[in-house]
Design a protein around this ligand. Structure first.
Ligand code: GAP
Length: 461
């Protein structure tokens, strides 16, 4: 029988952060040493969720498309790459310190919150506003500011002291551009085609905040899509925007929580024809989730200039040689995970109880099936273990034999397990088990012999 359900309050960042820690999704890293500012570890369920999201992305944008190839480049790349891309000189954030409490802030963010003005790059203006308007420090309430100044966001490192100015990559894209020639020469790709990559990126953010929204070490899923400079690029650009939105909606986001923010023409880099952010309505407001940029031939031309290696494409059919333009859809993986968590979080009133249930789309749920024997004793436990072994060869399963069945159902609801399989004493006689559906809470008796097929069909529906 389906119990009556009523959806309760909205999700907050506090609720998600707390559930993630309590339930093994995401923990503050190095807690036993007092933590490291805004560094997080993905726990067992978080790691599964992340893996499932990466797999879906790869399947949608690489495996299922004839015009895409994947790659996996290094985090440490040649320092000249970052000179060519402009990161060494231009990848800066404006910071300001409170002289009283020594806390550091993003100067542009403080000014924007105060005046609503976007003063990107105008350091003197920022300093004047902070001082003239006597903006209070959000930490200590005093108003005594240093000058606003730029800080480069790349993490510097070195290679046995031999190579100076080595950086941890601040985006994955660079690794794609420097392998453009290798891919064109080895893969028989034809423009238009894209190169996709998933991997870590590092940015020395002045203020990392909002849980996994802004991190110093994070993951990106990026595509460089190379096109003929002479084609009409607008339909392709629009199509990528739709695909980016489609992807996040496949993970549970609702359309009404998404919006597009097009960068003003006068704010665009000289080489960009159009840049659009896809924003999500996070509990702290609409903020960037993904980005899409038309980057012209800037990257390939710059790398040609700095490496002396021609990065061109030969169109044999039309006997034309040219430098392709590029459209760059970029997806932050940790922000995607945060959206999947926020969208899944549901509190329901069920009879006199409240249940928290993570209504993940089944394909990304960390655990697909929970095996719950009603008793720890043989022969029931043997039968349950046999079922676990059979199912876990195909689905991620969890075996749980402790506490009452009601508590075990709630535990699985909280981690978003779509199906619970209960083995009871009747199972030994009638060779059937009870399968409970996470969302409807309906229960069905299914023959053990048909269980795997039944679950496969349900999980793929
Ligand atoms: N290659 C283009 C590029 O890196 P970006 O807008 O700087 O563009 C792309 O970053 C995406 O990476 C963002 O849309 C966001 O999802 C994610 N991202 C950027 N900085 C991040 C941070 N500090 N923490 C987590 N995700 C971040």
């Amino acid at each position: 029988m389906v119990e009556e359900k009523k959806v309760l309050q909205e999700v907050t960042m506090e609720k998600i952060t707390s559930l993630c820690k309590r339930k093994g999704f995401i923990f503050p890293a190095c807690e036993i040493y007092g933590g490291l500012a805004n560094a997080y570890s993905y726990g067992p369920y978080g790691a599964e969720l992340k893996k499932n999201i990466k797999e879906l992305w790869w399947k949608k944008f690489v495996q299922n498309r004839v015009d895409m190839v994947g790659m996996d480049g290094p985090i440490l790349l040649h320092p000249k790459l970052w000179e060519a891309s402009g990161h060494t000189t231009g990848f800066n954030d404006a910071m300001v310190d409170c002289k009283k409490c020594k806390k550091r802030f993003r100067a542009d963010h403080l000014v924007e919150e105060l005046t609503g003005k976007d003063l990107e790059g105008q350091l003197d203006e920022m300093t004047n506003i902070l001082r003239d308007e006597k903006l209070k420090c959000p930490e200590c309430g005093q108003s005594d500011w240093t000058k606003a100044r730029n800080i480069n966001m790349m993490f510097k490192t070195d290679m046995n002291g031999i190579t100076e100015s080595l950086y941890l990559r601040p985006e994955t894209a660079g690794a794609i551009f420097v392998d453009f020639k290798n891919i064109v020469d080895s893969m028989r790709v034809k423009v238009p085609f894209g190169i996709a990559q998933i991997g870590k990126a590092f940015r020395n953010e002045i203020v990392a905040r909002n849980f996994i929204f802004r991190l110093r070490e994070f993951e990106q899923m990026e595509i460089e899509y190379f096109i003929d400079p002479e084609i009409k690029w607008e339909p392709l650009f629009d199509n990528w925007l739709e695909l980016q939105e489609e992807f996040i909606m496949e993970l549970g986001a609702k359309k009404e929580n998404l919006r597009r923010f097009e960068h003003a023409k006068e704010k665009l880099s000289h080489y960009s024809r159009k840049t659009v952010d896809i924003e999500y309505k996070f509990p702290f407001g609409f903020s960037e989730l993904f980005g899409l940029a038309h980057r012209g031939d800037f990257d390939l031309t710059q790398h040609t200039k700095f490496s002396n290696e021609k990065l061109e494409y030969f169109d044999a059919q039309n006997n034309r040689r040219y430098t392709p333009h590029v459209i760059e859809p970029t997806f932050g993986l940790d922000r995607t995970i945060l959206v999947a968590l926020l969208a899944a979080y549901t509190e329901e009133k069920v009879k006199n109880d409240t249940r928290v249930v993570m209504k993940f789309p089944k394909k990304i749920a960390p655990v697909k099936v929970a095996i719950l024997p009603l008793s720890k004793k043989k022969p029931l436990s043997d039968s349950a273990k046999e079922i676990f072994e059979n199912l876990s060869s195909e689905f991620v399963c969890e075996y749980d034999q402790t506490q009452s069945i009601g508590k075990r159902y709630r535990r699985q609801d909280e981690i978003g397990t779509p199906y619970c399989v209960t083995i009871d004493f009747d199972s030994l006689e009638d060779k059937k088990v009870t399968v409970r559906d996470r969302d409807t809470m309906e229960q069905e008796r299914i023959q053990i012999a048909k269980l795997k097929d039944y679950l496969r069909e349900k999980l793929n529906s």
